[in-house]
Design a protein around this ligand. Structure first.
Ligand SMILES: NC(=O)c1ccc[n+]([C@@H]2O[C@H](COP(=O)([O-])OP(=O)(O)OC[C@H]3O[C@@H](n4cnc5c(N)ncnc54)[C@H](OP(=O)(O)O)[C@@H]3O)[C@@H](O)[C@H]2O)c1
Length: 284
């Protein structure tokens, strides 16, 4: 079975599975993990200005020898670069850091600051061919509808915390009018052992000859989420991709749906997000 792609609301085809590099240090570690993933068959990498490792992601993509058009690169703008005019220069700097020609998907990382001005610049960047698709990250307040309603280009993706304990079914209903897909961050709960060791995953792992993590990742694929689990462990990088040769039944999907209990690992209020994300500027 081959890896799967989703068609976004602008017609672009995004690989549904990729690798996230949050917390992976710039330099050899990021480059090595990305190169290993690309060699195995990954075609999607999720980074951000705030992760401070875009240069290493770009270096891995260039060194991989894989054609640029085959690889999907997502990055995210930090609020310090939001604002009409300012965001365009933030995008130019991001293109220099990545050095991969264009950005497949550019997201606003946080729902604070002048996100409306930033969105207008992102739309211009699409028209100029610098960016192919645009979307949001962490917009779960009414600011989501504020952007979606005003946007000339509706967000193609919304990246939020999403895993079997917090399945985001209400948010999916809010996104339906715009055709926006959910990208799950913390797809395996940031490695939370309580989540990974839920008995239903152990039972299904035994049945399919897979690991508990592979069962969780497969569930995401079947509910239509885009995922990019983070790993720097070679065995995990390999295992995480090995989820396209089996299928969970409807009944098994229902049992996993029943784990949805509202538990989030990140719980900041909008006011806390305003405070936490407005005062920091990532290095260029
Ligand atoms: N937009 C946002 O605000 C936001 C926020 C958070 C994350 N993200 C994105 O989402 C990506 C994923 O989130 P995340 O990295 O925080 O959490 P995650 O992917 O849910 O979990 C990563 C953790 O799980 C471990 N792991 C990975 N594969 C495993 C396996 N097969 N078996 C056991 N453990 C495994 C990793 O350790 P090893 O390295 O040792 O394998 C790491 O400790 C990020 O890298 C980033 O791209 C976005």
């Amino acid at each position: 079975m081959n890896q799967t792609y989703l068609t976004l609301n602008n017609g672009a085809k995004i690989p549904q599975f990729g690798m996230g590099v949050f917390t992976v240090p710039e330099g050899e570690e990021t480059k090595r993990a990305c190169l290993m993933a690309l060699k195995i068959g990954y075609r999607h990498i999720d980074t951000a200005h705030a992760y401070q490792n875009e240069r290493s992601v770009g270096a891995a993509v260039r060194e991989s020898g894989i054609s640029r058009e085959e690889i999907w690169i997502t990055s995210k703008l930090w609020p310090s670069e939001y604002g009409e005019g300012k965001t365009m220069s933030g995008i130019e700097k991001m293109l220099e850091r990545l050095d991969v020609g264009y950005i497949d998907l550019l997201l606003l990382h946080q729902q604070v600051g002048d996100y409306m001005g930033a969105w207008r610049d992102m739309e211009k960047a699409v028209a100029q061919g610098k960016v192919r698709s645009i979307g949001l990250s962490n917009f779960e307040s009414e600011r989501l509808e504020e952007v979606c309603e005003a946007a000339a280009i509706k967000p193609s993706a919304l990246q939020v915390e999403c895993h079997p304990y917090y399945q985001q079914n209400e948010l999916k209903k809010r996104l339906a009018p715009y055709g926006t897909v959910i990208e799950s961050w913390y797809p395996i709960g940031h490695g939370d052992q309580g989540l990974i060791n839920e008995p239903i995953f152990t039972e299904l792992a035994k049945k399919y000859g897979k690991t508990n993590v592979q069962i969780i990742l497969r569930w995401h694929i079947q509910v239509g989420n885009v995922i990019f689990p983070k790993s720097t462990n070679p065995q995990h990088i390999k295992d995480n991709f090995n989820i396209f040769d089996f299928e969970l039944s409807d009944e098994e999907m229902k049992k996993i749906a029943a784990l949805d209990n509202g538990k989030r690992f990140y719980n900041a209020t909008l006011e806390e997000q305003e405070r936490n994300f407005s005062g920091w500027t990532p290095a260029d």
